[in-house]
Design a protein around this ligand. Structure first.
Ligand code: SF4
Length: 387
């Protein structure tokens, strides 16, 4: 029996037989999906400050060097994204900047914000004003933060990465598996459609991968909120020499993810980091957020493919490519769900997964509302070959 994260009172336990079953899964044991989806986003790195120093990460900047986008810059990025037909504003930063980031805190205070999360709330409002649906990845959050930020987000996320204690997270300031599991649980308790995932190749073993996937499944079974699980391989970069896992490893992990998770939870690989065309028969059904206008700031050396590149992956699997919103269809209101998609049971203590501000954004009669509704229903403005 595996027990995780007891310092957060999670009481998560995973049966050893389920781990063994998952360890035996191979690509031939899973069915390919019948479609491949993606979301068109604009990537907005609100700040590069992060209190942690994960050894594989090139995203964070040390105190004194960290950037902080101004509200005007956020608005401009959102406008560019909306004009390019994006539906999602992907707000990302590491974990709440600690006291060492005095310049960041002072600037936020000058702008009238008590914390980076208060500022994120305003940034999400700006995205909604400009015609985009916010999807925020702000690191670990408490339930109280989720209760606040859910009001202006279409969906949110944090990578579990692994339930193992790995050296890649070591050092004086380190994130822990318990924190991440606690964040995923907090999102579920607050009824937030949620994205998480595992990071492959940071020192974890096969058993850790199986336990991580089963931990995600258990939290989803409790709260119904996990919309997709990313299976992401580590990539070499200027701060780390972790080797990129080979294709055979990724095929097996993706198949394990598909076998571990219920069918309503998508399995995603990032097409700029993974050999997606070689994984498409192992159960993936999503390629994640792909931006026509911004870099992947987490992995800036790895360019996103364009739409034809995504189509090539779908073609390799003999499946159609479909565009989606950051919120998966089953969490959308009745009038926006495509035919044949069953609604997710309502979250505990709430009447809907999407908050009023996001529903109002999608329902708006302007050009952005029409675009969002078209993508939601699957009748446009989906990709065309010449896009
Ligand atoms: S991986 Fe995330 S938590 Fe770790 S240093 Fe990078 S931004 Fe921070």
């Amino acid at each position: 029996m595996f027990t995780a994260a007891d310092e957060y009172g999670i009481e998560l336990s995973i049966d050893e037989r389920a781990v063994e079953r998952l360890l035996s899964v191979r690509p031939a044991d899973v069915e390919p999906a019948d479609r491949l989806t993606f979301a068109r986003n604009v990537f907005i790195p609100l700040t590069t400050a992060c209190r942690y120093t994960c050894t594989y990460c090139t995203y964070y900047d040390v105190p004194g060097e960290a950037s902080l986008l101004s509200p005007e810059e956020v608005r401009e990025q959102c406008r560019v994204g909306a004009d390019a037909g994006c539906t999602e504003a992907l707000f990302t930063f590491g974990d709440e900047p600690d006291d060492r980031y005095t310049a960041v805190h002072e600037t936020l205070a000058e702008w009238g914000f008590d914390s980076v999360h208060d500022y994120l709330y305003r940034a999400c409002e700006i995205a909604l004003e400009e015609g985009l649906l916010p999807h925020s990845n702000p690191g670990d959050l408490t339930e109280m933060r989720f209760a606040d930020l859910r009001e202006v987000n279409a969906s949110m996320g944090v990578m579990l990465e692994t339930t193992a204690d790995v050296d890649a997270h070591s050092g004086g300031r380190r994130k822990t598996p318990g924190q991440r599991l606690n964040t995923i649980r907090a999102a579920g308790r607050q009824g937030v459609p949620f994205t998480t995932g595992i990071l492959v190749g940071i020192g974890e073993g096969w058993r850790d991968r199986a336990e991580s996937l089963l931990a995600i499944r258990e939290l989803h079974e409790r709260h119904g909120h996990v919309q997709e699980v990313i299976v992401q391989n580590v990539v070499p970069n200027e701060r780390s020499d972790f080797a990129k896992p080979d294709t055979a490893t990724m095929r097996r992990v993706v198949a394990m993810a598909r076998a571990a998770l219920p069918p309503e939870v998508s399995v995603q690989v990032p097409p700029n980091l993974s050999p997606a065309a070689d994984l498409v028969d192992c159960g993936i059904d999503d390629l994640g957020g792909v931006s026509p206008v911004t870099d992947d700031y987490i992995n800036p050396a790895y360019e996103w493919p364009d739409l034809d590149g995504l189509r090539a992956v779908a073609d390799a699997g003999g499946m159609p490519l479909r565009e989606r919103l950051p919120t998966y269809a089953r969490y959308l209101p009745d009038d926006l769900r495509p035919v044949g998609v069953d609604p997710a049971p309502a979250p505990t203590d709430r009447d809907a997964w999407l908050p009023p501000a996001v529903r109002a954004r999608i329902a708006d009669g302007d050009v952005h509302g029409r675009r969002l509704r078209g993508v939601a229903r699957g009748d446009g403005p989906l990709a065309v070959r010449s896009d």
